[in-house]
Design a protein around this ligand. Structure first.
Ligand code: GAF
Length: 387
């Protein structure tokens, strides 16, 4: 058992005086396909080996009692009184509310949870909390939801309580991830292929700008609304199109004057990114990594100039990456407005490149970035061997 698991288990035993079941729920990275999961596109995420550990047990009361190790706070609520609150409790209460809305019977339970995902880094700690708790409740109360249903329930929980109208990517990667694979996910049908992630001689390096993003700040939901508005107009011009994936960037350009200027740029980005992700999937399967990396740079350009979800710090990190031949692809990852860039980097140069980029970044922004070499991992699981 690693330190994180031991700490969570011990905290549970001390607080609740019972033996819990333990669950691990991972964060995620995404190679390419950004802001297209809620636009019927394709994405290419992977679960990682860092995440959130849950210790959970029924408590024979009518209450849920939760302790967050990272926030050093408690939450105690009657199951009959589930309402929105401020901050982290919403990720818990939203999940409980979704079980109840689906008529799935919960009884009182105790939870302690704690993680090792850097917060605000764009590694989806929110999906890790939602899916981890949902899996634990599904297991201890034997509710028989399958893994995709848990991802969907968790996505809905994020919409209704924290209030972020996210797509399915993060929760799907969290539940369906497979070590050493990325998932090529069709966000319309939820069909997916687990593609082996073998890039000999390269590592996946994240550089955390340490600018804290806040999807809930509203910009994410605004992007989503702009895309919906754009698609409605595009469908009037292209009645055969059911979704963005049936519309080409060229077709968006042809009706530019009918779209609001920002809505036009959002739609152009989305149609380009959907095409790009399909091309990237095919390149990855042919081991054409250099070309794959070029598409990552192109994604960043689109996220920065058309989708307006970058910031000076992320643009700077990607510009720096461009100047190092040892990095073959780089872009902001996740919702944007801060968090990390993802970089495919030569393994034997990663350390020196990280040091060089950290130096120039620190002199430019007066705070240091953090660098992580990522390992993929499995989707949420119960740590059975620890029982
Ligand atoms: C966040 C959301 F939760 C995802 O659904 C996805 O839209 C992502 O931003 C951007 O690709 O992580």
């Amino acid at each position: 058992m690693n330190n994180q698991e031991q700490q969570v288990k011990k905290a549970f035993e001390e607080k609740f005086g019972a033996a819990p079941r333990l669950f691990f729920s991972p964060g995620r990275i995404n190679l390419i396909g950004e802001h297209v999961d809620y636009n019927d596109g394709f994405v290419m995420p992977a679960a990682i080996d860092k995440g959130v550990v849950f210790a959970v047990a029924p408590n024979n009361t009518s209450k849920l009692r939760v302790h967050s190790i990272d926030m050093k706070e408690d939450l105690e609520v009657e199951l009959s009184d589930i309402k929105k609150k401020e901050g982290w409790p919403n990720y818990i209460l939203g999940v409980v509310d979704q079980f109840q809305k689906r008529g799935l019977p919960l009884q009182g339970f105790d939870v302690v949870f704690g993680g090792n995902l850097p917060s605000g880094a764009g590694l989806s700690s929110s999906a890790a909390v939602e899916c981890g708790l949902a899996t634990a409740l599904n297991t201890i109360f034997d509710l028989k939801l399958n893994r995709v249903a848990i991802a969907q329930l968790s996505q809905k929980a994020e919409h209704t309580f924290p209030g972020v109208n996210c797509g399915i990517m993060d929760q799907f990667a969290n539940m369906m991830g497979e070590k050493d694979h990325v998932l090529l996910l069709d966000c319309t049908s939820l069909e997916y292929k687990a593609l082996p992630l073998q890039i000999p001689g390269y590592v996946i390096m994240l550089i955390n700008s340490k600018v804290s993003h806040s999807l809930a700040s509203g910009e994410y939901n605004i992007r989503r609304r702009q895309c919906e508005e754009g698609l409605t107009i595009l469908k009037q011009h292209y009645p055969q199109a059911k979704s963005f994936r049936d519309i080409t960037p060229e077709q968006v350009k042809q009706v530019k004057e009918h779209l609001d200027a920002d809505v036009y740029r959002r739609c152009l980005y989305v149609t380009e990114e959907i095409t790009r992700t399909q091309a990237a999937a095919s390149l990855l399967q042919q081991n054409k990594i250099q070309e794959f990396g070029q598409l990552m740079f192109a994604t960043h350009e689109g996220l920065s100039k058309l989708y307006d979800v970058s910031c000076p710090e992320l643009d700077f990190l990607v510009e720096q990456a461009h100047q190092h031949p040892g990095i073959i692809g780089s872009r902001l990852m996740g919702g944007g407005f801060g968090g990390c860039t993802i970089n495919i980097t030569k393994a034997d140069e990663a350390e020196s490149i990280a040091a060089a980029i950290s130096d120039v970044y620190t002199s430019r922004f007066k705070h240091a970035p953090e660098v992580y070499i990522m390992q993929t991992g499995d989707g949420t699981y119960e740590m059975l061997s620890q029982l």
